[in-house]
Design a protein around this ligand. Structure first.
Ligand SMILES: [Fe+2]
Length: 403
């Protein structure tokens, strides 16, 4: 979902003749979801949007996964996956390393400073959290600037490319949530017509879409397409070559387009006693949710315990990505900025014991973390296995194999 937006030049009536100054017709494309029954946009192209001159296999990075078996909580240190020298050569699409995944969602991480190829994900929407860095995402709808703290929401099949603008030594650190479905604000925060309601922690004013068309010229432009296929991961790639540049849209309008939302604009919901994780929810996809824990006043009942209770969220695997600040409940666990914790279904989890007493009387938490809860179990990707801290599972008890 995103609310109605109009960019560039469009005809007064949809599906009518629309010509350039020389009298040539523009080519109208409807990009829509759920079989013409949900949000859509109409785009007006200078070239024929279906004119391809070649189609070849794109070999994707390693996407095989290993089950979380024997079952245990995991700590993955993502900052160890890339070094600075390597990042200069990598781009935000091809450099991704799969950390966790299941048949609903894949979570990857990349540190990259080079521009990506033209790319679209035909499997589902992407929600890319910018841990660090800035740049632009060029799309068929126009340009989206991005900065640290942004969620960049890119609808399924949107042709785009990432162009980081690295300052000296600072590549973009991107936490990539690829859905096999659409990703939208939580339904309960929207009116039946799609407007944000008063109890929502953010609203339309906090979403930023493209402002003007991005017109590029070119012939034989290659676009990497990620799409569904008959392989164990269900994900394959194709290199399509377009006769004319895909960024040739003079105008568009509708409710389907890429946008950004910055985590600083999330207004935390707080209470006298501990508020459950759904108050931190920011987006949802099929069989998963995205939440964020932002700096906030904490529970103000005189006897409140600010860190969470132990919880067995029996239907979910919980993935926390620690972005900034101090995450109070994980003190004493080895978890630091750039860490992921995976707390799987079938296992109760909660604070490291010393964190409970330490939190009493706290007025504020300065933590910043992005959480993905999935309703199907997550497997480890090659990046997840490479980043694992094997001692984490035993940090509550203080002893275990090899600890
Ligand atoms: Fe939890």
């Amino acid at each position: 979902m995103a609310f109605y937006r109009q960019v560039g030049t469009i005809p007064a009536k949809r599906h009518t003749q629309f010509r350039d100054d020389a009298g040539s017709l523009y080519y109208e494309e409807l990009m829509g979801e759920e079989g013409f029954s949900s949000d859509s946009s109409l785009l007006y192209h200078r070239g024929v949007p279906s004119a391809i001159v070649d189609s070849r296999t794109w070999d994707l990075p390693e996407l095989t996964t290993t089950g979380n078996h024997p079952l245990r909580p995991r700590h993955l240190k993502l900052h160890g996956l890339f070094d600075a020298e390597e990042a200069v050569k990598l781009d935000p699409v091809q450099g991704r390393r799969l950390v966790l995944g299941n048949s609903d969602v894949r979570i990857s991480y990349v540190v990259a400073a080079a521009a990506s190829p033209y790319y679209r994900n035909a499997i589902g929407d992407e929600c890319v959290y910018v841990e660090q860095g800035e740049g632009v995402v060029e799309t068929v709808f126009g340009v989206l600037p991005y900065r640290a703290g942004d969620y960049v929401l890119i609808p399924r099949a949107t042709t785009h490319r990432w162009v980081p603008t690295p300052e000296e030594g600072a590549a973009s650190r991107l936490y990539v949530i690829e859905a096999n479905s659409h990703i939208s604000p939580p339904r309960r925060y929207l009116s039946r017509f799609g407007q944000f309601l008063e109890h929502a922690p953010y609203c339309e004013r906090d979403l930023y879409g493209p402002d003007e068309p991005l017109l590029a010229d070119g012939e034989d432009v290659e676009v990497l397409v990620k799409h569904r296929g008959s392989v164990p991961s269900g994900v394959v790639g194709t290199r399509m070559v377009y006769a004319t540049h895909p960024f040739d849209v003079v105008g568009w309008d509708g409710c389907l387009y890429p946008y950004t939302f910055n985590i600083e604009d999330f207004e935390p919901i707080t209470g006298r006693v501990h508020q459950p994780p759904p108050v931190h929810q920011v987006f949802e996809g099929h069989n998963f949710v995205v939440c964020n824990f932002v700096p906030r006043k904490v529970d103000y009942h005189p006897l409140s315990v600010p860190v969470p209770y132990y919880h067995s969220n029996v239907d979910s695997d919980e993935v926390m990505f620690y972005v900034a600040g101090d995450y109070e409940a994980r003190k004493g666990s080895g978890i630091d900025i750039g860490s992921i914790s995976l707390h799987p279904g079938g296992y109760a989890h909660g604070p490291q014991p010393s964190a409970i007493e330490a939190s009493l009387g706290a007025e504020r938490f300065e933590e910043l973390a992005v959480m993905v809860d999935t309703f199907r179990p997550l497997d480890l990707g090659e990046g997840g296995e490479a980043a694992e801290d094997p001692g984490y599972a035993w940090t509550w008890a203080g002893r275990g194999p090899g600890a």
